[in-house]
Design a protein around this ligand. Sequence first.
Ligand code: GLN
Ligand code: ZN
Length: 758
Amino acid sequence: MVKVQSSTSGYPRIGGKREWKRALESFWNGATSEEQLLKTTETLRLESLQKQKEFGVDLIPVGDFSLYDHVLDTSIMFGVVPKRFEYAGGKVPLETYFAIARGTKDAVASEMTKWFNTNYHYIVPELEGVTPQLVENRPLAFYKEAKEKLGIDGKPVILGPVTYIKLAKSFGEENFSTLLQQFTPLYIEVLKELVVAGVEWVQIDEPILTSKLTEEDFQHVQQAYAAIHEAVPQLKIILQTYFEKVANYEAVVALPVHGFGLDFVHGDSLELLQKYGFPQDKVLAAGVIDGRNVWRADLDKKVTLLEEIQLHVDKSRLIVQPSSSLLHVPVSTETEEKLDPIIKGGLSFADQKLAEIVLLSRGIHDGTETIATGLEESRNALARLNNSKYRQNVEVKETIENLTEQDVNRSLPFAKRIIEQQKRFNLPLLPTTTIGSLPQTPEVRQTRSKWRKGEITNEAYEQFIKDQIDKWIEIQEDIGIDVLVHGEFERTDMVEYFGEKFEGFAVSQFGWVQSYGSRCVKPPLILGDVAFSEPITVKESVYAQTLTTKPVKGMLTGPVTILNWSFVRDDIPRFDVLNQIAFALRKEIEELEKNGIRMIQVDEPALREGLPLDQDKRESYLDAAVYAFKLATSSVENDTQIHTHMCYSEFSGIIKSISALDADVISIETSRSHGEIIAAFENNTYDKEIGLGVYDIHSPRVPSKEEMKQNINRALKTINPKQFWINPDCGLKTRKEEETIGALKIMVEAAKEVRESQ
Ligand code: GLN
Ligand code: ZN
């Protein structure tokens, strides 16, 4: 009988201790040579491959490795280099590769944006004006490397043509077929060379197939894959999808490839199988282990799931794998030395997932009784976590279950409470403020890191933070800003900061995942019931308020953002966790209010990005987000003003929900949106107060007053001046002090002039 195979669809690039990040950054800083960079990353890559082999994975991915981003890798494979980088053809030099990603003095970088609904960012291909051609067969090179150096007969992973083109920048819809016709022969060239080299399996990633394509587009997709099949009929191509169930399922599984990879964790792929069956002559790569989350799988449930799958697909045609690339989880729990063993035992990072996959595939192949010990171990580890103190907060659970409508609504509607707020704050027309953080100088970062290492005392650190607050309250007053902030000097990360202080969270040592380029994030682990235990932000906010008669905004991260930027336990519904976070924040907000902080900003930069890929799930997500935000913010007095903030994203279609958050003031990062955001808020659909970033903080250049006035006046064409606030975009913490002061001065002057002209 054919063996039930185990497979990985992609493995983390960054190394267990972020060796990859260090190698890249030291190359960029000029401390190491290109040769050294290539050597270090080769070692890392080979170690990862070897490890997968040792775990017993049958189909090991090659070519999933990248020096920056796999979408950019695909671009350079086809010589897709924007004109401004002066590319002369042939293999794209490493310097050009990094220039596209990071920009140079003379040429701005290509845009980067979120990879589907993950926190990974890819470099957006710019197809306009370039003639693609195959200049480097990267999958082939990686295949040969693994074969020659490790004797691994790898499975090349390639980003498919449909997804690649669909993710590219602003090609008109009408171009899709032309572009696909242009790229298909190039893909065929790649695949033919792979066949010649002896490749048996290839994984072509087409995650775009989880969204609905038009019938016309789909016909082009069929033609493309028919052409591929005709050119390389012997190649075992797995068309890989992830992050959601496939749309156009029946049409997709009729495509002429060897098999399909479906996500059984994030989309109800099983339901599709039950409803429409699965073609009898195809292989199913079943993504049953969560590639996006870090918890040990409930293997008993996975065994059942695989049994259900086998009602539709014979086990001789079954491959067991993670739901997506393991790029989205950290490397291994093994190096975690500080976590409670109960928590550590409940975790499964990439390597532990490999073990789970291999175990399951063996179980189906030889019968589950042969893996009884493995199942038992896993069951026990999960039970220990489930029964632990972390998951027994009955009080929180009951409180949330018994909430009434009244508990989640302000006592007066906006139109009435804003009058009370105006009385309290007495702000001028077009009030000025900032979004929260102020420049984190090297001194701020060094002091925090010394304190973390125990090199300076708590008292000394607290005093240092106070000194920063002193300094910046004075600066803000001198500039003449109306609503001040304390500056967030005590925070490194806006989610981790709360995660360290609420109950139910833990922070790992090495749980890093790639976010963009060499930048990695370490999402906190929400492993238990979340609860407030003691005030988190009160001390700094109250201190700042003692220094000035102007209002100082309290500054919190919102429930949806904390949820979306953490690794969330998967034993209870996600929205239950969301409400627990919201309730903990509600207590923090009440503490701030009790202590005289009457303007409180609750940031929700991740609200928009968490929108589910599946249209049908969007409404319930937005409803849950609105409920949680209101749960967090609604218990305050009418004359306490709730602000929220969101980063630049597409708002059309969700304005109703944004409005339903019922925040008194919203600020949005806008300056790079070229007026789109203003359009979204047109026609008086939004009745509360609003601040649109009037200058881009991402550039060190101090913008001119005229520019800022133009931005303000443009917004005032559609937004009533009585509703409008003036603020920069978010992220001042990344700027230098003098740039920030210079730009804020000009912003305040611009505000004054526009105010006078009203
Ligand atoms: N208050 C935060 C800041 O200004 C908001 C960050 C964000 O928008 N992501 O840094
Ligand atoms: Zn922002």
